[in-house]
Design a binder for this molecule. Structure first.
Ligand SMILES: CC(C)(COP(=O)(O)OP(=O)(O)OC[C@H]1O[C@@H](n2cnc3c(N)ncnc32)[C@H](O)[C@@H]1OP(=O)(O)O)[C@@H](O)C(=O)NCCC(=O)NCCS
Length: 382
């Protein structure tokens, strides 16, 4: 049998198509984000978290009764075991919420005696459970590790309202909840991004969904992926909200020393990130009634134009979600967790797509280390 041809992929797998997906993607020109056939602008403007999550899991927008029962199932699955609340008490007050969530999701895995059973019914039930519990794990893991009282989920509220309530500790106003919900829809999925690909690699070994989601959380934690929204907000606070002159000087200095500006650039979108226009539209609506939001909006818009002029780099979604979360009173360290709560929908949907049409993902590496060395007894080593 002849040896299969070796294909050398570029470092970072840039521009390499490794598989097909019917979940989400970018059009060939790299201008539009598509969720199961719908443009992200359309869903971002119109869909609730539950509608978009249903679309990802079940491949179509729900009817009124499908949405009712799906929302009810998610609401009733939101609570986590008492033992997990207890476990959160053992954590140091410096514990990173992404580590806490990896622990929380693994803990949930230990309670699923059929975690390795990949039958269709169990896959979907498990996926709904993981999506539902993620905000409770993140919000209460963070609260309890910081010595605060937990805020237990309220099944009478929608997913987005309850998630934000558990994070900020009060029931959000309607316009706050919708601003938050829009970012959840925008973050839900994005082709084979690093955390989704990680999830799919784990799925391809036929490991369980909890392990795959914990892997996704790990990949998302990095500043080149999920944590860019936190770094972008830190930069805006460093400059001083509303200080346009300060922003210009800050940026020029960073660019002169070849530093990366967080919230700019993208592996796929080279001209515009379509998610930005939806986030900007909602932020500008919110800014009509809120002075701090207006200042932040103007500053971000200015920096966006300057970065394009100077580096031809577009703002990405993280540049605008950071300010939105700041306005909603979410602590900076919880920005990536909010991203993760939403991306969980994508991760579990990709997990299901992978395991139901699986081939182990196992690339090769070119070995470039030394060869032919011989073992020497420890006393003879120099
Ligand atoms: C997202 C990111 C990793 C994609 O990078 P990429 O496709 O691998 O692009 P490269 O790293 O090859 O960068 C290409 C050029 O643009 C520059 N560049 C890319 N992003 C930049 C940024 N945010 N600030 C300043 N310069 C940037 C690089 O320095 C490089 O310049 P050079 O050709 O002079 O060396 C990158 O843009 C980045 O680090 N952005 C900041 C983090 C971020 O916002 N991540 C969230 C993504 S949604």
């Amino acid at each position: 049998m002849s040896k299969p041809e070796v294909i050398r992929a570029p470092k970072g797998l840039e521009n390499v198509i490794v598989d097909r997906t019917g979940l989400s993607g970018v059009d060939p020109k790299g201008e539009h984000t598509i969720y199961r056939g719908f443009m992200i602008e359309d869903l971002g403007e119109n869909a609730s978290f539950e509608e978009a999550a249903y679309l990802f899991l079940y491949g179509k927008l729900p009817t009124r009764s499908e949405l009712y029962y799906f929302s009810e199932r998610l609401a009733n699955l939101r609570e986590i075991p008492d033992g997990l609340y207890e476990a959160f008490k053992q954590l140091p007050d410096t514990a990173h919420p992404m580590h806490i969530a990896q622990m929380g999701i693994a803990y949930m895995g230990t309670f699923d005696g059929k975690a390795m059973d990949l039958s269709e019914e169990l896959l979907y039930r498990r996926a709904e459970g993981i999506i539902a519990k993620m905000p409770t794990i993140f919000a209460n893991g963070y609260r309890i590790s910081r010595g605060q009282e937990p805020v237990r989920p309220d099944p009478t509220l929608s997913h987005a309202v309850d998630a934000l309530r558990m994070i900020i500790g009060r029931r959000p106003r309607e316009e706050e909840a919708r601003l938050f919900e829009v970012t959840l829809v925008l973050y839900m999925d994005h082709g084979f991004n690093a955390s989704t690909f990680t999830t799919r690699v784990i799925a391809s070994t036929l490991s369980d969904m909890y392990a795959a989601v914990a892997g996704g959380i790990g990949a998302l934690k990095g500043p080149l992926h999920g944590a860019a929204n936190e770094r972008a907000m830190e930069m805006l606070l460093d400059v001083g909200l509303g200080d346009i002159d300060g922003a210009r000087m800050y940026l020029e200095k960073k660019l002169a020393s070849k530093e990366r500006i967080m919230g700019f650039g993208h592996r796929v979108y080279k001209v515009r990130d379509p998610r930005v226009s939806v986030a900007k539209k909602y932020l500008s609506r919110y800014a009509e009634e809120n002075e701090e939001a207006r200042k932040l909006y103007e500053m971000c818009d200015y920096i966006e134009k300057l970065m394009w002029e100077r580096k031809k780099l577009p703002a990405n979604i993280d540049f605008y979600t950071g300010p939105i979360y700041h306005l909603l009173g979410i602590p900076i360290i919880m920005y990536t967790p909010v991203f993760a709560m939403s991306r969980t929908v994508g991760w579990v949907s990709h997990y299901i797509e992978q395991v139901t049409n699986n081939r182990l993902i196992r690339p090769k590496a070119e070995y470039v280390g030394p060869m032919g060395l011989k073992y020497t007894p420890i006393d003879e080593r120099g």
